[in-house]
Write a protein that binds this ligand. Sequence first.
Ligand code: DC
Length: 230
Amino acid sequence: MTVDMSGSPIALTIAIDGPAGSGKSTAARLIAERLDYVYLNSGSMYRAITLLSVQSGVEPSNQIALIELAQNCQIEFVDNGQITLLDGIDVSTQIRTPVIDSQVAAVAKVPGVRKEMVRQQRRIASSGGVVAEGRDTTTVVLPNADLKFYITASVNVRANRRFNELQGKGINCSISQIVQEITDRDLADKSRLNSPLKIDQEAIVIDTSDLTIGEVVSTVLKKTDHFSTN
Ligand code: DC
């Protein structure tokens, strides 16, 4: 827990953005755990809306229906962000299937869906004591965050991490295929018109290519110390 000079807890708002596979989700979750903060995984929210659209047979091209789904649901995180609740139901496993993987980008680029998700993200972060991560948390969702980070890693390192993860799950794939997928996804995230992934001018950039997850976490935690001693 970060404390001020009198020993009272400080509820900081920490925003972290970065590309897929950079290690930002694992780092954000561990940082939230260490600080006893709420962990807000904004990608899980876009995944939850995608799940709703699949369940209700709404095509990603049907923007009006998607926006309606987004406006009429409530997404919450419990258990230090490990569990995503969609209208009170645990959907943590269902939002990480290949079907959702393949459709989430189309849902996440709908402006009205983003508007509603940003509203819900700000509500969750409103009392501070939060580590929020995604693609636009430093730039759009929480532009006044106390601390901003951009966590990245080289394409090859990210591809190797993903390869090992898939091998661990018994899924066969080739490194070159993963490199291509990551390159395509980076391009889509950075070039979309609405809230593209970019480095905020106040963000501290951490390249995790040669760092362990423990080193990433301690780099971020060191920056929070600044708020305890000033
Ligand atoms: O981080 P992830 O793979 O769970 O993200 C899922 C999708 O949501 C991905 O296509 C990027 C998108 N996303 C976004 O557009 N804005 C965010 N703040 C977080 C994720």
